[in-house]
Design a protein around this ligand. Structure first.
Ligand code: NAP
Length: 310
């Protein structure tokens, strides 16, 4: 198939494009910058320069590539202060709203067979009931105030993709990424915060997180674009775990002292309500559907095998 990857130079894109090529697909990789075309060629794709927020540029780029499938992996997260979650996600939110709409309309014009988009499955689920949620479970109806715009943007992306009845619209709710090119890699932002004891354990650390190694996320994306059906798939590892388990394990792995423990009211001061919810109340996700329907299983079955794994 001819596959158009929006976000070909990102953490997932760099893992996905070589896998597409190895599987015999023709990949077209989109970037904003002329200078990243060489990188895209090295990954094995045809480079396409376009700004995802410019409707005409996206329509032209997709129109020229005439893909069978579009994969939407556009984000612009950078470093994140959870007290200002929506501020730090503002551009990502535009990529999830306007960017999604532009790609969908361009895809409809050329009649793509499948449209696969990146969503998030690590903290958005309803915070009542059991610790691990399936795709059938509702999303959090009361997200913390500082992340409501980001929540709306995710909802927009999911609703638009699943509602596109002219194609097979697939939403991948990835767990928190770790591995090369992510913020949980040797020397990267979150690892350094843990190493410097600036990532404390808030309250009982009972918030449950689901992780996924980026290579496994790319494998699942390949499986979804080859044989997925319209709907949502959680793309997470086999081992959702409370912060009280994974954070000390990560600290140990990077040779840091045990994380500091702080009560919720202190946690709220430096990480806001969003940080407190993530650390104490978030729910994890189950990968049963992706395993069953996509014939996929993560090679890094658990983050316990090592967050810093290559
Ligand atoms: N599930 C998760 O845990 C999750 C999800 C997403 C990101 N992250 C993490 O967040 C950190 C930051 O990642 P990031 O958001 O910078 O993403 P990234 O993974 O570095 O990639 C973002 C991609 O979007 C493209 N892009 C952004 N704006 C664009 C625009 N206007 N037009 C065209 N393409 C555009 C970029 O292309 P060009 O720059 O080449 O134009 C790039 O290919 C990383 O550590 C990543 O692992 C985690």
């Amino acid at each position: 198939m001819r596959v158009f990857v929006a976000g070909a130079t990102g953490a997932i894109g760099k893992q996905l494009v070589p896998r597409l090529v190895a599987a015999g697909h023709e990949a077209h990789g989109m970037t904003r910058s002329e200078s990243k075309q060489a990188m895209i060629r090295e990954l094995g794709a045809v480079p396409v320069v376009a700004d995802a927020l410019d409707h005409a540029q996206v329509a032209e780029a997709v129109g020229r590539a005439r893909p069978d499938v579009i994969v939407h992996q556009l984000t612009a997260i950078g470093s994140l202060d959870p007290r200002h979650f929506d501020r730090d996600f503002a551009l990502t939110n535009r990529l999830r709203t306007e960017g999604t709409d532009h790609l969908l309309s361009a895809g409809q014009a050329v009649g793509v067979r499948r449209f696969v988009a990146q969503s998030y499955g690590a903290w958005w689920y309803v915070r009542t009931g059991g610790p691990v949620k399936s795709e059938e479970d509702p999303l959090d109806p009361t997200p913390a105030r500082e992340m409501r715009e980001s929540w709306d943007a995710i909802r927009h992306l999911e609703t638009a993709v699943l509602g596109a009845d002219w194609t097979e619209g697939i939403v991948l709710r990835y767990g928190a990424f770790y591995g090369p090119g992510t913020s949980l890699a040797p020397g990267a932002e979150q690892v350094e915060l843990v190493r410097r004891r600036k990532f404390p354990l808030v309250g009982d650390g009972g918030g449950v997180w689901s992780f996924i190694h980026v290579a496994d996320a790319a494998e699942a994306t390949l499986a979804a674009l080859e044989r997925g059906s319209r709907g949502i798939y959680n793309v997470v590892d086999d081992d959702p775990a409370p912060v009280a388990e994974w954070l000390p394990a990560l600290a140990q792995e990077v040779g840091a002292k045990k994380p500091m423990r702080v009560p919720r009211f202190i946690g709220r001061l430096f990480a806001g309500e969003v940080g407190v919810v993530m650390m104490t109340d978030a729910r994890g996700a189950s990968n049963a559907k992706a395993k069953r329907e996509l014939g996929w299983a993560p090679r890094h079955a658990s983050w316990r095998q090592g967050f810093l794994a290559a």
